[in-house]
Design a protein around this ligand. Structure first.
Ligand code: PRX
Length: 643
């Protein structure tokens, strides 16, 4: 096989070797329902499903296991108590390594989840309610998700780094009447004013959308304002009373998670109970080859899909032990990840290329000075990993002993879709690898023509899988439009991809106006809309450009209203404005004032040109003669060179 790195051998029996992969994959395609109904047996069902996938991509209507009934909190928590009640479920590692940590067994996790569910009940949460969770990476964040699942409430987790404005939009978007938060979060010793942000967000909601109850977890002990009648301290509300799991239909909603697209406001992607649960459980087991007693650590925040599928659900559905880390990779120093690995004897580490690149830059000593002999498997997710970072991860972090799984997937896919499996496949640095069971990728050209064999094109999936998102909350038409209209009858991922002669898939990045900043998805339209919301800005165009650490950076072209002048002060003001509107993750890396944007005579902005200029690549601007003002290109290049 060309360009492959042989998977390191191990005496340990893996769950799936190469022959088993081929056989299971074939079966998952030829007998999809049989295969998935069997995998559904990983979960406890109150009523086992007899139905497999019932779906259509035109019109779009997707269901899996529709006649089954189950509760995912029961599956993640309760059912483990009798079998492995004394086994570790969660190991909390606080931001400050000197602060006390916390370990919960499955029995303790059960007791805590019941307490959280009782608190939610006490403030009025019932089945079907949408509950917004705006929490730090602490045990209570996971408890909040599990407690919602227990009651049949639909959680919508909003990343704690989003601004009050962004939070308000997401509360409003799904009609949440309840919010769970903490006084403050901690990241690299800095306090994040979560409760104050919630207060600011709620103040922006119209009276008819007012939130009825806010549950506040005391974490740092920082001062917060309390609105009588609306805000409740978790510790004043809890009770240990019995709180049974609400039986749910497989297709009842489990959660909404907002994610960016190429146009408009972020979409509330909706996942349902049975299919998502089976997908999270099955992918976790095979992809990480998890075996009892191992310690798993996914560094993602619960505000992202990775934190849903591989912190809250996947590991717990499998009865795994896992680390929950509140902090950041570079606090107190650049060795923190490896301190955590050493301290908790982590066997499986799952993180993002942006973190790997940032740590690689600091040199090997931070890594080699810590004991990483517990590590068995390394994972990467969120963006393409460049071969150099892959090599460093493999050679230095994993000492060439640990296979790497480079897992490609999306918020909409619910769990891993393309990856190598540790016992089955050799690896190719930079390639995600082979399709997971049941996944039928297809590459198409821009006209929708199917490309066979080794080829490069737009990545589609032709057959539904259990973990697939079912809709955009409250806007099914947008769901159809976004994912199923570009290539009729197929799910279009928005990613470009190459398939090599060995059937390995190489994701080349987004082909739409979505950029991937430090593994976080950002719609250029969102940043543009924030910029034009500033009173001095007339027009804005935002593109991504290659960034050494973040993968992609945010480059903004801004035209100002008549009479306004670009200045360092305005530059700083606009950056601050975007941070306020969206959050620090949307901070522009570059902002260029310009007297115009390159448009065709019909008024369409030619983003291709803006991307090339942002990349400092002026040789391949292509045909600029169709521009309304071709001379603008020179001025844009001049402006770029001044930055
Ligand atoms: O472009 C792909 C990139 O991240 C996008 C999905 O982002 P999000 O929904 O936020 O989910 C991220 C975590 C699953 C994809 O469309 N992406 C994700 N994983 C990879 C990747 N690109 C290349 N390689 C990956 N392993």
């Amino acid at each position: 096989m060309r360009d492959a790195v042989q998977r390191p051998g191990s005496a340990r029996q893996t769950l799936c070797n190469a022959d088993q992969y081929e056989a299971l994959y074939r079966r998952s395609i030829e007998d999809s329902d049989g295969f998935w109904l069997e995998q559904a047996g990983r979960l406890d069902w109150e009523q086992a499903p007899a139905k497999g996938g019932e779906w259509s991509y035109d019109p779009v209507d997707i269901a899996w296991f529709a006649d089954g009934r189950l509760n995912l909190c029961h599956n993640a928590v309760d059912r483990h108590v009798s079998q492995r009640g004394d086994d570790t479920a969660l190991i909390f590692e606080p931001d400050d390594p000197a602060a006390p940590g916390r370990t919960l067994t499955y029995r303790e996790l059960h007791a805590e989840t019941v307490r959280m569910a009782n608190a939610l009940k006490a403030i009025g949460v019932t089945k079907g309610e949408r509950v917004t969770i705006y929490m730090p990476m602490i045990v209570e964040g996971v408890l909040a998700m599990l407690a919602c699942a227990r009651l049949g409430a639909v959680h919508s987790v909003v990343f704690g780094g989003f601004s009050p404005e962004a939070l308000a939009g997401r509360i409003d978007g799904c009609g949440s009447r309840f919010v769970i938060t903490a006084d403050e979060g901690l990241r690299g010793s800095k306090r994040v004013p979560l409760k104050a942000n919630v207060d600011a967000a709620l103040a922006q909601l119209p009276a008819d959308k007012a939130v009825e109850g806010v549950l506040v977890v005391r974490h740092t002990g920082g001062d917060v304002a309390v609105t009588e009648g609306r805000d409740h301290w978790f510790h004043d509300t809890v009770s240990d009373a019995d709180c049974p799991c609400e039986p749910m239909n497989a297709e009842d909603p489990l959660f909404i998670l907002y994610t960016s697209g190429s146009t408009g406001k972020p979409k509330g992607v909706l996942h349902t109970t049975g299919g998502y649960g089976v997908w999270a459980a099955t992918t976790f087991s095979y992809v990480f080859d998890y075996q009892p007693g191992e310690v798993f650590w996914c560094t993602a925040d619960i505000g992202w899909i990775t934190g849903h599928s591989y912190v809250a659900y996947g590991p717990l559905l499998n009865g795994a032990a896992q680390v929950i880390f509140e902090g950041v990779p570079n606090y107190p120093d650049h060795g923190r990840f490896w301190d955590v690995v050493e301290k908790h004897k982590v066997n499986i580490l799952y993180t993002a290329p942006t973190a790997i690149r940032a740590l690689m830059r600091e040199g090997d000593d931070f890594v080699t000075s810590r004991d990483r002999s517990s590590l068995r498997l390394l994972g990467s997710v969120g963006e393409p990993i460049n071969p150099e970072a892959w090599r460093w991860y493999f050679d230095v972090v994993g000492e060439k002993r640990c296979p790497i799984v480079d897992t490609w997937w999306q918020t909409e896919t619910g769990g891993v879709m393309i990856t190598t499996l540790p016992g089955a496949h050799d690896m190719k640095p930079g390639s995600a690898g082979r399709p997971f069971f049941g996944i039928q990728p297809q590459l198409v050209d821009n006209e929708g023509g199917v490309l066979d064999g080794a080829a490069e094109g737009n990545l589609c999936i032709t057959h539904s899988w259990p973990g697939q998102a079912r809709t955009v909350y409250g806007d099914h038409e947008r769901f159809e439009q976004t994912y199923f209209s570009t290539y009729k009858g197929k799910y279009f991922t928005g990613d470009g991809c190459r398939r090599d002669e060995d059937g390995y898939y190489w994701i080349t990045g987004r082909v739409d106006d979505v950029i991937n900043v430090s593994g976080h998805r950002m719609g250029t339209a969102e940043v543009e809309s924030a910029l034009v919301g500033h009173p001095k800005v007339a027009e804005a165009a935002v593109v991504g450009y290659p960034h050494d650490i973040k993968g992609q950076g945010i480059y903004c072209y801004v035209t100002l209203n008549a009479g306004e002048e670009g200045s360092d002060e305005l530059y700083a003001e606009l950056r601050g404005h975007v941070r306020k509107e969206i959050g620090p993750i949307a901070s522009p890396d570059h902002l260029q004032f310009t007297d115009g944007l390159p448009k065709t005579r019909s008024g369409k902005i030619m983003r291709r040109i803006l991307r090339k200029i942002a990349e400092n690549d002026y040789g391949s601007l292509g045909d600029t003669s169709t521009l309304a003002d071709p001379s603008l290109v020179e001025r844009l290049i001049e402006g770029r060179q001044k930055r």
